[in-house]
Design a protein around this ligand. Structure first.
Ligand code: SAH
Ligand code: SF4
Ligand code: F3S
Length: 447
């Protein structure tokens, strides 16, 4: 590659999970600290970071089509952007990207992106650079301090996974489970709140596996982090995701009944309702232990909204196995959920299991599952009608004077009035659809 002028503008495009969104923000902060400005909407950036996801085949293939598109529009405009590929595809297929996509000048894995500025120097000098090392924690220490934040902020507290579910690439792309130090988390939470956050979602691939030593040096779990950040006065709401059924402690469950700022919403993936399939997936929980866990949470927080993840068509899944998944859905009554067709991933144990389910069967099962989940989501929203609850305003609606925000149960609520992004307002829920609820702001009685 030949030397190029240093980029003046950047764009970070994040795909995949919320942790990628968090990483994308941190990469943007690194570039901004270098004096590079975010490209305006509709403007071509001098530097594009594709922050990729490897979880399913479709997500993974996207990176190559995106690179192709960037090259094409760049060539048409007479100037190609510098392209960096970050995220989980970079980690899993770094060498392949370097070989297959000569237009890419930087490949950087999720544990190495603090080195992006040095890599950029090399790219400007005309060299290609790849870094997929996994020195855990080092990254966080090398990142600039947080400054500005939207009303709802992500905070990575735990990263990586030691669970090795047989279908999943995350243990390979994100590495072993690590917990960030308690003091660092509290400091970052304070900076986010100072920068405008009213809500913080604590993130981890297995966020409830977080363990560390609290301010007094005592061993504690995620409940300790939640209780400590709840003491930041301007912070109004706390959430956490994604949790693993096996990593719940009594202390964490108790938090749901005791910490007012902890919102009544919990995402706990189950994947399948069949114990046989769960075993083949190496999930290390049964259908029954999962349901008992949810009962324990409901016992301390009756109004908790539950969410989950499902995979249909895991190798060997029979009609009878799938019926058991539908039974879990009926038993739980999810407020929302994500469901996916099984996608074989290179290098995972499940990819070499026989007895694959046909695409047609998978499609059929996915449709039945999603019909059941959509039914329950609508029912949950309809059951909220008539309630008055707090809504954190996250953005403007389509029409002037319209606002969009989230209820405590993570429902999208829209309404009109004279407000601002970041306001928390009391809203009466009037009319529910499957994906959003229309509300009306309740004026304070003394106004
Ligand atoms: N750490 C989280 C989430 C991991 S990825 C957890 O353990 O729950 C998010 C979701 O993607 C998973 O919960 C699972 O439902 C889905 N998923 C992961 N690998 C997949 C695969 N190979 N095919 C289809 N869906 C998959
Ligand atoms: Fe993947 Fe399982 Fe780890 Fe979740 S717990 S990230 S599904 S291996
Ligand atoms: Fe995707 Fe990596 Fe997240 S594979 S789901 S971006 S951890």
């Amino acid at each position: 590659m030949s030397p190029v002028p240093p980029p003046k503008t950047y764009r970070v495009k994040s795909f995949g999970c919320q942790m990628n969104v968090y990483d994308g923000e941190r990469m943007a902060e690194l570039l901004a600290a270098r004096g590079i400005a975010p490209a305006a909407d509709g403007e071509e950036a001098d530097l594009v970071v594709l922050n990729t996801c490897h979880i399913r085949e479709r997500a993974s293939e996207k990176v190559y089509s995106d690179i192709g598109r960037l090259v094409k529009t760049g060539d048409a405009a007479g100037k190609r952007p510098l392209i960096a590929v970050a995220g989980c595809v970079a980690q899993a297929e770094g060498d392949e990207i370097m070989a297959r996509a000569p237009a890419v000048s930087m490949v950087v894995g999720p544990q190495a992106y603090h080195r992006l500025p040095e890599m950029l120097d090399r790219a400007v000098a005309g060299e290609r650079a790849s870094d997929t090392d996994m020195p855990p924690i080092a990254k966080f220490d090398a990142l600039p301090a947080r400054r500005r934040s939207g009303p709802s902020a992500f905070l990575t507290v735990q990263e990586g996974c030691d669970k090795f579910c047989t279908y999943c690439v995350v243990p390979y792309t994100r590495g072993a489970e690590i917990s960030r130090p308690f003091a660092d988390l509290i400091a970052e939470a304070r900076l986010l709140v100072d920068g405008g956050a009213r809500e913080i979602t604590l993130l981890g691939q297995n966020v409830n596996a977080w363990r560390g030593a609290d301010a007094r040096g005592n061993d504690c779990g995620l409940d300790g982090v939640i209780r400590e950040i709840a003491r930041i006065p301007e912070l109004q709401r706390i959430r956490y995701t994604t949790s693993h059924p096996n990593d719940f402690t009594d202390d964490l469950i108790r938090c749901h009944g005791e910490v007012e700022k902890l919102m009544p919403f919990l995402h706990v993936p189950v994947q399948s309702g069949s114990d046989r399939v769960l075993k083949a997936m190496n999930r290390s929980h049964s259908c029954d232990s999962y349901l008992r866990l949810l009962d324990r949470v409901r016992a301390v927080r009756q109004d908790i909204a539950l969410s989950g993840d499902f995979i249909v068509g895991f190798p060997g899944e029979t009609d009878a196995d799938f019926e058991q998944t539908l039974r879990v859905v009926d038993a739980v009554g999810y407020a929302q959920a994500f469901s996916f067709k099984y996608s074989p991933r290179p290098g995972t144990p499940a990819a070499s299991m026989g007895d694959h389910v046909s695409q047609e069967q998978m499609e059929h099962r996915l449709q039945r599952l999603q019909a059941a989940l959509n039914r329950d989501q609508l029912a949950f929203n309809q059951a909220s009608v008539g309630r008055t609850c707090s809504v954190l305003i996250e953005r403007r609606g389509k029409k002037p004077g319209q606002w969009l925000g989230k209820s405590p149960w993570l429902q999208s609520v829209w309404f009109e009035g004279d407000h601002a992004i970041g306001d928390i307002v009391e809203v009466e829920l009037l009319e529910a659809g499957p994906n959003s609820i229309e509300g009306r702001v309740r004026e304070p009685a003394f106004a």
